[in-house]
Design a protein around this ligand. Structure first.
Ligand code: FAD
Ligand code: NAI
Length: 468
């Protein structure tokens, strides 16, 4: 270890190169700042390496496999459809490489320097970067953006080793398990349960609450749940995982389900019970950066921490732990450093769970709107009445709009069904730009498309439905 090194002076430093950090870094460089990124593991963070991107690649491979198996009714001969899982994993790896390589290329293009190592704050204007080889160098910074992300929560008696996997292990399996137990039916648990079920596993979800995907409304979750159970997923709710015992070839999970002790045996057990911010042991207290009792960094609407030249974004601050939220906050922080007055506005924050039938929300639900004192109504349109959905054999689910009774201004939307992730975007823009039901209903939508369902839902809200 180098002791007593001379500090180098840097302008804008970003800790972490996930979707928060890399977007902040690039935008700051675009605005004329000289940017340095410090990264301890991989360019692209959790999202690109072991999160959003690889999970979606695997989910997509699973869909392709399922649709190949199930396309018989469209007249396609489906004998001998086989899954080469090693190849699917290889493909997933190639997707990750392409995107992480892309970010590295963008860093070069914007003259952003990358320092490899772990950042540790010494005080409010300097930090040390400790390399894997224990080398250390001190840097002074003018501005700092903390985008150090989060890691999976480990629960007692479920140490991540062997057949007990966190999400990273679950995405790196070399075989499709015959029996898979998933503890926690939130985002990761539900997505991976859907994917592995489509790849051929029998999956059991053990969820502590009385519903999987408890953040979403129950009529939407019902659609997802039905699709999962049809695909060989058993769902136990009010099920608290107690312990895992491993042998060479299996793992036995004991859980309390509705107060009764039950045992489940599986090839692998995925534990996806939430994530914790990477804020401990970073020297935040020495720098005077305040965190709350959950370890989240306290920030204002520009991402400024208790030290006005230090910003924090993404999974280390409050709110949904989502990649697009991290990126959005990254842009705002970069602009604030450049002296702009930008602030965050979460009025239309989309969230999507990529289960086989996707579930998505943006803006407010009816309940949330009422809690805010808004007098709202809802309008709904089912995919079963949409020509494109019928031709895709994807008629499960619906589109729901939430709008203010008097003004008919959209304040929220929820979608469960095929391509919900893409469809919610139109409604996010509609809410963001203050659109009314009329604006949506009079927007010409291409035919036939799933998006026509959005227009049809607006027609329902206006009281003049055409297609239902
Ligand atoms: P991260 O992506 O976690 O990046 C933080 C980076 O900081 C890491 O590279 C880390 O190595 C580095 N770092 C940490 N501490 C230090 C330090 N002291 N010094 C130097 N470097 C450090 N979100 C979505 O919106 N859509 C999805 O589909 C989705 N799917 C997901 C699937 C899975 C399996 C998982 C686990 C997560 C998923 N997420 C998804 C969540 C998403 O990945 C996170 O919200 C997002 O990555 C947060 O971005 P971030 O920039 O805050 O942090
Ligand atoms: P999560 O918070 O979404 O779900 C965790 C679930 O585990 C909850 O339903 C909780 O009730 C349950 N649980 C907790 N302890 C339990 C126990 N002992 N036994 C049984 N159940 C228990 O967390 P998850 O799935 O780990 O994902 C972390 C975050 O990553 C998400 O909150 C989300 O922000 C992000 N993410 C986003 C995705 C997307 O946008 N599509 C996909 C994957 C992750």
């Amino acid at each position: 270890m180098v002791v007593g090194d001379f500090a180098e002076d840097l302008e804008t430093v970003v800790i972490g190169s996930g979707p928060g950090g890399y977007v902040a870094a690039i935008h700051a460089a675009e605005l004329g700042q000289k940017v340095t990124v410090i990264e301890r593991e991989f360019i692209g963070g959790v999202c690109l390496n072991v999160g959003c991107i690889p999970s979606k690649a695997l989910i997509e491979a699973a869909h392709h496999y399922q649709s190949a198996l199930g396309s018989n009714k469209m007249g396609i001969v489906t004998e001998n459809v086989k899954l080469d899982f090693a190849k699917a994993q290889e493909w997933k790896g190639s997707v990750v490489d392409r995107l992480t390589g892309g970010v590295a290329g963008l860093f070069k293009k914007h003259h952003i320097d990358v320092l490899w190592g772990e950042a540790y704050l010494k005080d409010d204007h300097s930090l040390r970067v400790i390399g894997k080889d224990d080398s250390a160098q001190t840097y002074n910074f003018e501005h700092l953006i903390i985008a150090s992300g989060s890691h999976p929560i480990e629960i007692p008696n479920f140490k991540f080793e062997g057949r007990v996997l966190d999400s990273t292990g679950a995405l790196a399996l070399k075989e499709v398990p015959k029996e898979l137990v998933v503890i926690g039916g939130g985002y990761i648990g539900s997505e991976l349960a859907s994917a592995y079920a489509e790849l051929g596993a029998h999956v059991t979800i053990l969820e502590g609450l009385d519903s999987i995907l408890a953040n979403y409304e129950s009529d939407m979750v019902k659609v997802v749940q039905k699709n999962m159970t049809d695909k060989n997923v058993d769902i136990y709710t009010s099920a608290m995982a107690k312990k895992a015992e491993q042998t060479d070839s299996a793992v036995k999970i004991t859980a309390e389900v509705n107060g009764e002790t039950k045992e489940f045996t599986a090839d692998y057990c995925i534990v996806s019970v939430g994530r914790k911010p990477n804020t401990a042991e970073m020297g935040l207290e020495q720098a005077g950066v305040k965190t709350n009792d959950r370890g989240l960094i306290e920030v204002d609407a520009q991402g400024k921490t208790s030290q006005p030249h230090i910003y924090a974004i993404g999974d280390v601050v409050a709110g949904a732990a989502l990649a697009h939220k991290a990126s959005y906050e990254g842009k705002v922080a970069a602009e604030a450093i450049s002296g702009k007055t930008s602030t965050v506005d979460y009025r239309a924050m989309p969230a999507v769970c990529y289960t086989s039938v996707q579930i998505a929300t943006t803006g407010l639900t009816v309940k949330e709107a009422k809690e805010q004192g808004l007098d709202v109504k809802k309008a709904q349109f089912p995919f079963a009445a949409n020509g494109r959905a019928i031709s895709m054999d994807a008629t499960d689910g619906f589109i729901r709009l939430v709008f203010v009774k008097d003004t008919e201004a959209l304040v929220g939307a929820q979608i469960v069904g095929a391509n919900a992730a893409d469809l919610i975007t139109e409604l996010t823009l509609a809410i963001e730009s203050g659109a009314t039901l009329d604006d949506v209903a009079l927007t010409i939508h291409p035919h036939p498309s799933l998006a026509e369902g959005v227009m049809d839902a607006a027609d329902v809200g206006l009281g003049f439905p055409t297609n239902i």
